[in-house]
Design a protein around this ligand. Structure first.
Ligand SMILES: [Zn+2]
Length: 443
């Protein structure tokens, strides 16, 4: 970098082979491309084609990543709002777009876009193109919003609590909620397809635990993208000009309702039940192998813990929805537009969703109820929580506590204890802060 001008003189890009590992795992779990166990003929032609598709997807990702890093050396910033405009930039973080192929098999075709995107071409032209003067250069890039492009970077994108509704990492689709529903269907299909063909010959069965993870949690990033619609806003980094109006508005109430319904489905106990056939396929680690950070966590020791998988998935959704900042925005928006779900409704509908027991597996809904209360408990301890949200939380905890008190079973006793402790935390008046105006003396 030339410190006098900011000009980038030289850039180095290093790509490690580990960068495609997660992609390979996703493709492996979602498509199960290897030969069947105990089959007479080892690998079929279909298997060979499916395995080639895996490598092709991994290579397509590394090509994109190379373009992305070279983009940085040219001075281009991340644009996390590009994926919802037809994958307009390599400077977004792309999630592979998998589709349902023939015979309900998952297809990797077109998982990644090829080449740089339309946003990238505009940015390069803006930064490096020849224009008659600076005004012509600015005029050129200021047309981008009218053409449907957004530019939203890290501080407004990286985190589930952030307010921008249309900028997220690892998401896809012009409509985040439609895409979440689509991904949930793919996930259900991939879970019911999941079998030993996800494993290459010569690997231990216990490796299937790590291969299962990207399938079971396939919806995690899209859940975050759709969740940002709740209490969300649309805005851009806009400068005032004579010719253009400011765009800054909350997400429409009807869209927020849609997003909420879609997120409710991600914590449905039946949806989160691991198929028994999958559970029976994954034994404890083979000798010489051990759990690592890609392995599922749980309470059952060496044995895979399906209950804790359900908890981890639900907890992800809870952490997006039950965030103090999001709830405070939601409460304010609801006051102005009754179509926006209120905090009271969000809290009670979520709780209601967890009451339905998954068929023959009541432990799942019980575990999710505990997980929900733990998230409320975390919220109750938050010093930054707005008083209005504190009040709604207190009411919800009181209602849960009362119904738990009436029931006498072991699970209800735990709920009662959790609700009582969280009630004490949320009602701690010492946590209420008096806010000050910023300094303003006319020095
Ligand atoms: Zn980057």
């Amino acid at each position: 970098m030339d410190p006098r001008t900011g000009e980038i003189i030289k850039g180095h890009v290093t790509l490690g082979s580990l960068r495609v590992r997660q992609d390979y795992l996703i493709a492996q779990g979602m498509t199960a491309p290897f030969s069947a166990e105990g089959s007479e003929s080892a690998t079929t032609t279909a298997d060979t084609t499916a395995q080639a598709a895996l490598s092709e997807m991994a290579l397509a990702r590394i090509r994109q990543l190379s373009a992305h890093e070279i983009g940085h050396t040219l001075g281009i910033a991340h644009n996390f709002a590009a994926s919802n405009k037809d994958r307009a930039s390599v400077m977004d973080y792309p999630h592979p777009v998998l589709t349902m192929g023939a015979d309900n098999k998952i297809s990797l075709t077109g998982a990644y876009a090829s080449g740089i995107g339309d946003w990238d071409k505009r940015v390069i032209q803006y930064g490096y193109g020849d224009f008659a003067d600076d005004k012509a250069r600015l005029d050129f890039i200021s047309q981008a919003p009218q053409q449907g492009f957004r530019f939203i970077s890290d501080p407004d994108s990286n985190g589930g609590k952030l307010p921008h509704a249309y900028s997220s990492l690892w998401d896809n689709g012009a409509d985040a909620v439609t895409e979440l529903d689509r991904v949930m269907k793919l996930r259900a299909q991939a879970l019911s397809n999941f079998n030993s063909k996800a494993l290459a010959d010569g690997r231990p069965y216990s490796d299937l635990a790590e291969i299962l993870m990207p399938v079971y949690f396939a919806h995690r990033y899209q859940t975050e993208a759709a969740g940002k619609w709740l209490g969300g806003y649309d805005y851009r980094y806009q400068l005032k000009t004579a010719g253009e109006k400011l765009l800054y508005q909350p997400v429409a109430g009807a869209d927020q309702q849609r997003a909420f319904q879609a997120l409710l489905r991600t914590v449905n106990p039946t949806t989160l039940a691991l198929p028994t056939a999958v559970e029976q396929l994954i034994p404890p680690k083979a000798y010489g192998y051990s759990n690592n950070r890609e392995s599922p966590q749980g309470y059952t020791g060496l044995v895979l813990d399906p209950l804790s998988l359900a908890e981890a998935a639900a907890q992800h959704t809870f952490s997006i929805l039950l965030n103090g900042e999001r709830l405070a925005r939601l409460q304010w928006q609801h006051q102005n537009d009754s179509a926006v779900p209120s905090v009271a409704r969000l809290l009670s509908d979520l709780w209601q969703q967890l009451q339905a027991p998954a068929a023959a597996k009541p432990l799942i809904s019980r575990r999710l109820q505990v997980s929900y209360l733990l998230q409320l408990s975390t919220l109750a301890q938050n010093e930054q929580l707005a008083p209005e949200i504190r009040a709604e939380l207190l009411l919800m905890l009181t209602q849960i506590g009362q119904s738990a008190k009436a029931a006498k079973d072991a699970h209800s006793q735990l709920l009662l204890q959790l609700a009582t402790q969280a009630q004490k935390d949320v009602a701690n008046l010492g946590k209420l802060k008096a806010l000050q105006p910023p300094p303003g003396s006319p020095i």
